[in-house]
Unconditional design. Structure first.
Ligand SMILES: NC(=O)c1ccc[n+]([C@@H]2O[C@H](COP(=O)([O-])OP(=O)(O)OC[C@H]3O[C@@H](n4cnc5c(N)ncnc54)[C@H](OP(=O)(O)O)[C@@H]3O)[C@@H](O)[C@H]2O)c1
Length: 274
């Protein structure tokens, strides 16, 4: 039998990339889905696809930086499908650039989505998860282990998520809640086309070479398998595993690779940073 048959899965940031791929993967395993994000037209397109394949789907607009949005979306979700079994705190984006070119406000904006957005998601769904003895899935990143130059806001936010996952893993265990931290390396998505304000820049190009990117559908399969096994953590992508292991033992490598000109990406559509 499918592991998630009739389970209620709630996903933030489901309109694109990994979130949308997770919606497909959970759907293929029989789940009922509440999909949230800010761009309703994308959610509706995705829902049409899934409903045509027999999945029960609710879409709700929700900005994780806005107090009240998640509560409202979850209330509608409960009315439709009952208590939530799996919560995926996936919504996120990357603020990049050198500290000297950034303002405090840029760091705040990054944390408002990637950290406080995750906390809001957890706080309003925790009672459900206690009752269903469900799963909480947090999207971290390999950047939660390795902080490259030009990427301090994003890396700081993902280090924070890793710390949160470590605490909650033990804190929520007595309630029967599994906490799974997902730390992807480079996965196909639109994240590298989103600017420091969180706005998708259609005309920009993903700076990553395609061969380095794991297809989102494959990442989603990997993630859903880890969730079904109630794993504590899953590093997604082979290169991600290598990097995390290497940098754990040889943190000075960061200086070495910087000398070879490897650094975090530039902001899409911004002038190249030097
Ligand atoms: N792809 C990678 O290589 C990679 C690597 C490591 C970690 N990750 C993490 O994986 C997660 C998903 O990213 P992705 O790569 O799939 O990026 P993506 O394709 O840009 O998707 C990001 C999703 O987050 C949503 N989102 C952004 N800000 C939001 C907000 N304030 N409120 C609600 N939803 C918001 C976006 O929807 P709307 O714009 O419609 O709101 C979109 O659905 C992120 O947490 C990211 O940090 C990705």
């Amino acid at each position: 039998m499918d592991k998630f048959q009739n389970k209620h899965v709630f996903i933030t940031g489901a309109s694109a990339g990994i979130g949308a791929a997770l919606a497909h993967e959970f759907a293929s395993q029989g789940a009922r889905l509440t999909l949230t994000a800010r761009r309703l037209h994308l959610l509706e397109g995705l829902a049409q696809d899934l409903i045509a394949r027999g999945t029960e789907v609710l879409v709700e607009t929700c900005d994780v930086t806005q107090d009240g949005d998640l509560e409202r979306a979850l209330e509608k979700a409960r009315e439709r499908f009952g208590k939530v079994d799996v919560v995926v705190a996936n919504a996120g984006f990357g603020v990049v650039g050198k500290l000297e070119n950034l303002k405090l406000e840029d760091y705040r904006r990054q944390f408002e989505t990637n950290v406080f957005g995750v906390l809001r998601t957890i706080q309003c769904s925790l009672e459900d998860l206690k009752q269903t003895r469900g799963s909480l899935v947090l999207l971290g990143s390999v950047a939660g282990y390795i902080s490259l130059p030009n990427a301090s806001p994003y890396a700081m936010s993902k280090f924070a998520i890793r710390a949160l996952a470590d605490s909650l893993w033990a804190e929520l265990a007595p309630y029967g809640i599994a906490v799974t931290l997902i730390s992807p390396g480079f996965v196909e998505s639109s994240i590298r086309k989103v600017d420091n304000q969180g706005v998708f820049q259609r005309a920009s190009e993903d700076p990553m070479p395609p061969w380095l990117l794991m297809p989102a559908s494959r990442a989603a399969r990997d993630i859903v398998r880890a969730v079904s096994r109630r794993r504590r953590e899953r590093i997604v992508t082979f290169h991600g595993k290598i990097f995390v292991t290497l940098f754990r033992f040889f943190p000075w490598l960061i200086r070495l690779i910087t000398r070879f000109g490897i650094k975090g990406r530039n902001e899409p559509s911004s002038p190249a940073q030097t």
